[in-house]
Design a protein around this ligand. Structure first.
Ligand SMILES: C[S@@+](CC[C@H](N)C(=O)[O-])C[C@H]1O[C@@H](n2cnc3c(N)ncnc32)[C@H](O)[C@@H]1O
Length: 358
């Protein structure tokens, strides 16, 4: 059946970016198929986007248009995990259905899920149901512990599909080789990757102090070919993946360093940066010295990530940050932006501070 609905029209080369953002804004009508013309894609929407949403979409894709067009209904309506498990009534107790997680992370063709204690005896069944429900998923991993250690990684248990932890993930038109057992990566930060990358101006020098496999650095390198990005990480496996990601995204302006952020900013990266990214929320406050060292003597912007656990507040975090900056004989000129990026635990949020430093 064909339906006439409001849609986004975008040049094909920006299709992936438009789809990513429209999904994040909750706009896409998943029951309809995306249409393709010679150079353009038509993306069917559930509703007319509001002015703020159109602003967000156009900020990265100025030629994007909102129109009305006809779209084919998808042949098979997408099933949910719960619906699949309901069909397995002889194996999966229906009274446990309300405890099945509704949300999980998808990285490339891997799903990562947190299995509650009472569902552990059924974890392989749940993994199999995920593979059955989402045909693009090839591997299902269950979290086995918290993100921990200097490299910020966690252990996983294979619960279904191919026994691997590496995959290829796409975000905003960039391609990433990821290995979730070897180096940190979170798709939940994609909005932050784009928000920060969108602020980088032509010819800026950026130091990404805790770069991981490169979701900030690679996107910045791609969006601003005249910018220079120094991407630092202590984890050699993260740097190996970053090197692959620089290559497959065909970048010549991102420079990887396997080094300690504190050390390298006293030497090679001292005073070079217009902008510093500090995504190591657990201990970033201990590296404010490193960020101050990296920023040019004339000043720059720091994107600082930290955790705030109630009853602590964002204001307290700003105060601790300002105190550290002062100890480095620099000054906070202005807090440009301060907000919660995501809830990380009950009563705990990851906070970002964008700060102008003199
Ligand atoms: C939370 S991850 C963030 C990775 C990446 N920015 C992202 O958003 O996916 C923090 C990274 O900091 C790295 N790291 C930890 N201590 C470090 C240090 N002293 N110097 C440089 N990198 C460090 C870890 O290996 C890890 O990859």
């Amino acid at each position: 059946m064909v339906k006439n609905v409001v849609c986004l029209k975008v040049p094909k080369k920006q299709g992936e970016q438009a789809i990513d953002l429209a999904i994040k804004l909750g706009l896409i009508d998943n029951t309809l198929s995306i249409s393709s013309e010679v150079d353009w894609l038509g993306i069917p929407l559930l509703r007319q986007p509001n002015d703020e949403e159109i602003g967000k979409l156009r900020s990265n894709m100025p030629s994007l248009a909102v129109a009305t067009s006809s779209f084919e209904e998808k042949k098979q309506p997408t099933k949910t995990l719960i619906q699949t498990l309901r069909t397995l009534q002889d194996k999966f107790p229906p009274e446990l259905l309300p405890t099945v997680p509704q949300a999980f992370d998808t990285i490339g063709d891997i799903v990562i899920i947190e299995i509650p204690q009472q569902l552990k005896p059924y974890q392989n069944l749940i993994g199999g149901a995920i593979l059955q429900t989402y045909k693009n998923i090839k591997t299902v991993l269950a979290k086995a512990g918290d993100i921990s250690g200097i490299y910020r990684i966690r252990n996983y248990i294979f619960i279904a599909g191919e026994q691997r932890t590496n995959t290829v993930h796409r975000e905003f038109g960039c391609v990433y080789n990821v290995d979730v057992a070897k180096a940190y990566f979170s798709p939940r930060l994609s909005h932050e990757h784009m928000r920060v990358a969108s602020q980088v101006k032509d010819s800026e020098v950026v130091v990404d102090l805790f770069a991981g496999i490169g979701p900030f650095s690679v996107l910045i390198g791609k969006k601003q070919p005249n910018a220079k990005v120094y991407a630092v990480d202590l984890n050699p496996e993260a740097i190996d993946l970053l090197k692959v990601n620089i290559k497959i995204n065909k970048l010549d302006n991102v420079f990887p360093f396997c080094a300690d952020a504190s050390e390298i900013t006293k030497g090679k990266l001292k005073g070079v940066a217009d902008r510093v990214i500090m995504n190591l929320p657990e201990t970033a406050i201990d590296f404010v010295d490193a960020a101050c060292n990296a920023i040019k003597p004339s000043g720059g912007v720091i994107h600082f990530y930290g955790f705030v656990r109630l009853p602590d507040t964002i204001e307290n975090l700003q105060q601790s940050f300002s105190d550290k900056v002062k100890q480095n004989n620099r000054t906070v000129e202005e807090f440009l932006f301060a907000k919660s990026v995501r809830e990380t635990a009950p009563y705990e949020s990851q906070i970002v501070l964008d700060v102008k430093i003199k």
